[in-house]
Design a protein around this ligand. Structure first.
Ligand code: 5GP
Length: 279
């Protein structure tokens, strides 16, 4: 299987064709954006960490029967994934109120929800990914009732699994975003989990201190994003404790020069020390 031409470039990832028509390569960029592209930066090493964290979570979900697009990780920044037709909806799952729901409904930040709350947003950057009702999905035929029923069942299992996984390593899963796609194989179409699950797409708070270990460090100019994502990776057992991932302060890009994360350093860690063998 060989890498082909670029098919699509998003805010944080690039999709390339391959010589296998059913498979594509997903490349994780270091670019970070927030507030509908109004805030932009490049955070060296972010893509590498998200690639590993997402691989870890999706392969674990696969082991509990959640079908997903991950085939295998290729290298530091790339994964082979199944080509799907993405359902144009962002499925937001909330266990604790934070972020947009706090502003929209005036709920106090950190309020624990009695049940997981699933929200739907239309995937449309030009419109700012607006919140929609389930009826909009059927009215505009973005997905069928049968598909949404399947997706909701998968979401609740994914949420239960991820809450437990993160709780076990001292992290609260506040909320996250999922995307699903239609995968066609052998004349059949099935709904599978797609995109990525990483600190870019989740809110993760330390269980004891409530320290934010996710993309809110970029959104809110808290700095130290790479150390936070590294902490998540270490706690999940992806990186060994002694690994030394350089700190990059996202608000001061000049600091990158002082302690530069680069692929060769990272490659060294992967080969010599940091990463456990897969499986
Ligand atoms: P909120 O609606 O509070 O902004 O986001 C809820 C959750 O979904 C957060 O964990 C956030 O990271 C994730 N999320 C929502 N929309 C997007 C998006 O367009 N990109 C990414 N990376 N995450 C999103």
């Amino acid at each position: 299987m060989k890498k082909g031409k670029k098919l699509y470039e998003g805010k944080a990832k690039i999709i390339y064709a391959t010589t296998d028509k059913d498979l594509v390569i997903q490349y994780f960029k270091d670019d970070a954006t927030a507030f509908n592209n109004l805030k932009k930066s490049t955070i060296e090493g972010k893509g590498v960490l998200n690639n590993r964290i997402s691989e870890h979570i999706l392969s674990n979900l696969g082991q509990i029967g959640i079908k997903n697009h991950l085939v295998k990780r290729l290298n530091m920044r790339e994964q082979v994934i199944k080509l799907v037709e993405i359902i144009p909806i962002e499925f937001i799952v909330r266990n604790v109120a934070s972020g947009s729901i706090v502003k929209r409904l005036g709920i106090e930040d950190g309020t624990v929800l009695k049940e997981p709350l699933i929200e739907y947003c239309l995937k449309d950057d030009n419109l700012g990914d607006p919140l929609i009702a389930e009826d909009h999905i059927y009215a505009f035929e973005w997905a069928t009732k049968n598909e949404i029923e399947k997706v909701r069942k998968m979401i609740l299992r994914i949420n239960d699994f991820m809450i437990g996984m993160f709780r076990g390593v001292g992290i609260k899963l506040i909320d996250f975003k999922l995307e699903f796609g239609r995968y066609k194989s052998n004349g059949k179409t099935e709904i599978i989990l797609a995109d990525e699950i990483s600190p870019d797409t989740c809110r993760l708070w330390d269980s004891v201190t409530d320290k934010k270990l996710d993309k809110d460090r970029f959104r809110k100019d808290l700095g130290d994003l790479i150390p936070a994502y590294t902490e998540v990776a270490k706690r999940l057992g992806i990186l060994h404790e002694q690994s030394n991932v350089s700190a990059v302060n996202v608000t001061k890009l000049s600091s990158i020069k002082k302690r530069k994360w680069n692929e060769s350093v990272c490659n060294y860690h992967i080969k010599k020390r940091c990463f456990r063998p897969t499986g």
